[in-house]
Design a protein around this ligand. Structure first.
Ligand code: 2AM
Length: 174
């Protein structure tokens, strides 16, 4: 068993751009490390890895474009960039959910809100400061080609979250 989630990996170029708009490490604000930036399709939680891998291997879908909101937003300790909903994103998210449910994996029912978590903040951080930091770094984030999705494990070691990609599943050309 491992703590698992399914996500779309992001290109080095996009991660670099996201780092430019991310708030910097300041008292009470922790940016997500570049290696950990991703777009979650489905959080699973503790589940048997082999069952989940076998379920995901049945998914065959074309690649597509991801587009992003203009401005990061923040709420309840999380600063995130919205990902524009699209039919292709809905299709892949639903395909992942269906494949997992069919394989008997238990999922928490939760509405899909596509986003990339950029940073986390402690509740004592004044919202004015968050707004200022985001405003200073605001800028366009170019569209991204989603070419794969992956199964990831999540571990916390010495208060550091480590996401490890266990397997990537390529999306088909065109
Ligand atoms: P977040 O970035 O908005 O916190 C791994 O934890 C990934 O799964 C993160 O992208 C996280 O979203 C997402 N996730 C969704 N539901 C979760 C949950 N109940 N617990 C932990 N992570 C969850």
């Amino acid at each position: 068993m491992a703590r698992l989630f399914v996500a779309i990996p992001l290109s080095p170029l996009l991660k670099q751009r996201l780092q430019e708009i991310q708030p910097p490490r300041t008292t009470g604000i922790t940016p997500v490390a570049a290696d950990n930036l991703h777009l979650t399709l489905q959080f699973i939680g503790d589940a048997p890895v082999e069952t989940v891998l076998a379920a995901l291997a049945n998914i065959s879908l074309p690649g597509f474009q991801l587009a992003f909101s203009h401005k990061p937003r923040y709420q309840k300790g999380v600063i995130w960039l919205g990902v524009k909903d699209s039919p292709e994103l809905k299709v892949i998210q639903l395909a992942v959910v269906k494949a997992l449910v069919k394989a008997g994996v238990t999922l928490q029912p939760k509405r899909f809100m596509p986003h990339i978590t950029l940073a986390r903040y402690k509740r004592h951080v004044p919202t004015e400061m968050i707004e200022l930091l985001l405003e200073e770094r605001a800028g366009v984030v170019p569209d991204e080609a989603a070419v794969a999705f992956g199964l990831y494990s999540s571990k916390t070691v010495d208060e550091h979250v480590i996401y490890t990609r266990l397997r990537a599943f390529p999306l088909q050309d065109g």
